[in-house]
Design a protein around this ligand. Structure first.
Ligand code: BDR
Ligand code: CA
Length: 303
């Protein structure tokens, strides 16, 4: 399956990209970057560094710097660290970004692989909305859009009602859900049922000292956040769960409903069922233990 990941690496983004690199069913063809856990230039640097460590020579197309309607952006450094990779701050610049912007690269690649390309968006949805604005055929050219975002039937994580990716550009997200491609929404409804515990990171690092060790190293900061903020002994495999949903649909239960996003106010970023909108498939159940096992099995094949 041909896959582009639209990402803001980010600790769980790094895990998702490592998973995609290891999964035999996935033909990872490029990354597009977005602000979110970091500023977009940090996301791009981190994405290129990760690909280098994974031994992959793939395009990284840089995307939006700011959410729609905003003139500043404050990254979630208290969750992912000052540079996006926890306590790791000395992250080298490897190579250069693609000449095309993320939206241009997404639109062109979807056209080139019409009906075959899956895009997995694991950051705010600005690049996806930009690609839809740029090319009216973009949505129809995709095989599927899989989004890590939203909290449809459960509480949010950045506010009481909103999940972080949707909250960080509620206007773009609402625009995507107004005329969505074929879409699967992998939100907190399922991603908080896929907790990766400190012991899982230890096992990962002992079998796969290089990539597993790297993921264990950057995850300490993230694990501390989960412990302090939510009293949880493990972190959500948010972004990896969305990548796994691209290829392992039977591991998920879904319902079909349209989605509307609160664009302003106290509920900004809330993802609400709205039957007047075109339906998307919202994940409501997951084989959480199976996702954790699959992640470890695949990522430990990387050395
Ligand atoms: C999402 O927000 C980011 O912090 C994570 O990388 C993930 O994509 C979870 O709400
Ligand atoms: Ca992310």
């Amino acid at each position: 399956m041909k896959l582009i990941i639209d990402t803001d690496p980010g600790i769980d983004d790094a895990m998702a990209i490592a998973y995609a690199a290891a999964a035999p069913e996935i033909d990872l063809i490029g990354l597009t970057t977005i602000f979110g856990n970091t500023h977009v230039h940090q996301s791009s640097r981190n994405a290129r560094y990760l690909l280098h460590r994974l031994g992959l020579d793939l395009p990284v197309a840089e995307g939006a710097h700011l959410p729609y309607g905003a003139d500043t952006y404050q990254p979630s450094d208290f969750v992912h660290g000052p540079e996006g990779f926890g306590d790791l701050t000395d992250i080298p610049q490897i190579g250069a970004n693609h000449d095309l912007s993320a939206a241009e690269y997404l639109a062109e690649t979807a056209r080139q692989h019409k009906g075959e390309l899956v895009v997995c968006a694991i950051g705010p949805l600005t690049n996806i909305a930009d690609a839809m604005r740029l090319d009216p055929e973009f949505a129809g050219n995709l095989k599927r859009l899989v989004i890590m975002g939203g909290a449809v039937y459960c509480p949010g994580n950045i506010t009481a009602q909103a999940e972080a990716n949707i909250y960080h550009d509620a206007l773009a997200a609402d625009e995507v859900f107004a005329t969505p491609p074929e879409t699967v929404l992998v939100g907190l409804d399922v991603t908080l049922k896929t907790l990766y515990a400190p012991g899982d990171f230890e096992a990962l690092a002992s079998i796969s000292p290089d990539m597993g060790g790297f993921l264990r190293q950057i995850s300490q900061f993230y694990l501390n956040f989960y412990k302090q903020a939510g009293g949880l002994d493990g972190c959500g495999l948010h972004d990896s769960t969305a990548v796994i949903a691209c290829t392992h649909e039977p591991m998920f239960e879904t319902v079909e409903t349209g989605i509307r996003v609160d664009r302003h106010g106290d509920g900004m970023g809330a993802t609400r069922p709205d039957t007047s909108r075109p339906p998307v498939r919202v994940c409501t159940g997951v084989d959480g233990a199976g996702v954790v096992r699959l992640f470890t099995d695949r990522v430990t094949t990387l050395r």
